[in-house]
Design a protein around this ligand. Structure first.
Ligand code: ADP
Ligand code: MG
Length: 265
């Protein structure tokens, strides 16, 4: 009779799966064994199906942990993005979502007026990267500078930059939202330099590159930084009115109106 044998084997599977710290094997092994018998799977088919369940579950929970640890304000995905609002970037974002840019340590820069989806897309690319197994950290430019200033004061900047290089992706949201003091600009420059050709950055900004000199207080620092960022980068420009203001009868925000003389420069 097969019955006693099966239950003996099942007990052993429970023990062995626990020893391997692979708890889903216990559940999948029994359930899939019935399916395998019914469908006449080969031993190899059965083993592959069982192991596949464990690997899929591990990847999913690893991705969940990486997404949590990344510090996204609101986790957003590409599935939630309305491409009709930004059709021109769809092919490029689609290609970036496969994660190839991370293994090449390439950067992504998302430029455009407020509300056009820069933070959404940066976050969604970060979520995709986490799903591909990369460690990700998200913060605004101001938050990065605050963190770096603290570690610099504590004399640990080189160690921190080395630690950050182990993250495949660092997202710097809202470059240019606030101008930097010179010390802050230098710290930010060091972050960019330390990742150059080692690990990826995604930056978002509502300013074109020509406006970055004002943010970093120095054209030379800004130029050197932009040079390193865009040497291996995809630069995407989002266009149009704020998605937040859609359907509210407001065409544009004062700061991005093309008719105000201050922003014509
Ligand atoms: P930005 O960073 O460019 O100022 P956000 O990415 O923060 O803009 O977008 C503002 C809000 O509008 C967010 O809630 C975002 O999810 C949403 N949003 C922007 N563009 C789109 C879009 N094309 N499809 C769906 N939601 C969008
Ligand atoms: Mg934003």
């Amino acid at each position: 009779m097969a019955e006693p044998k099966t239950s003996e084997a099942t007990k052993q599977i429970v023990y062995l799966a626990a020893a391997l710290k692979a708890p889903r094997i216990t559940e999948a092994a029994t359930r899939l064994a019935d399916q395998a018998r019914d469908a006449g799977w080969t031993y190899e088919d059965y083993l592959a199906a069982v192991l596949e369940r464990e690997v899929a579950a591990r990847n999913a929970s690893g991705a969940q942990l990486r997404i949590k640890a990344a510090g996204f304000g609101f986790p957003k995905t590409l599935e939630e993005f309305d491409w009709d609002a930004q059709p021109q970037v769809r092919p490029q974002i689609g290609a970036l979502a496969s994660g190839g840019f991370l293994t090449e340590a390439r950067n992504v820069v998302l430029l455009g007026p407020p509300g056009t989806g820069k933070t959404h897309l940066a976050t969604a690319l970060g979520v995709a990267a986490a799903r591909h197994g990369h460690r990700v950290l998200f913060a605004t430019a101001t938050e990065w500078v605050t963190r770096l200033t603290e570690v610099h004061r504590a004399g640990r900047l080189p160690q921190e930059l080395a630690r950050l290089r182990r993250f495949g992706l660092i997202i710097v949201d809202e470059v240019g939202y606030l101008p930097f003091e010179q010390d802050a600009a230098n710290l930010f420059f060091q972050l960019v330099s330390s990742r150059y050709e080692h690990a990826s950055l995604i930056l978002t900004s509502n300013l074109p590159f020509s406006g970055w000199g004002g943010v970093f207080g120095d054209q030379a620092v800004a130029a050197a930084m932009i040079d390193r960022i865009v040497h291996h980068a995809d630069v995407l420009t989002l266009k149009g009115a704020s998605y937040r203001l859609r359907g509210k009868g407001i065409d544009s925000l004062p700061s991005i109106s093309t008719t105000t003389p201050e922003t014509d420069a």
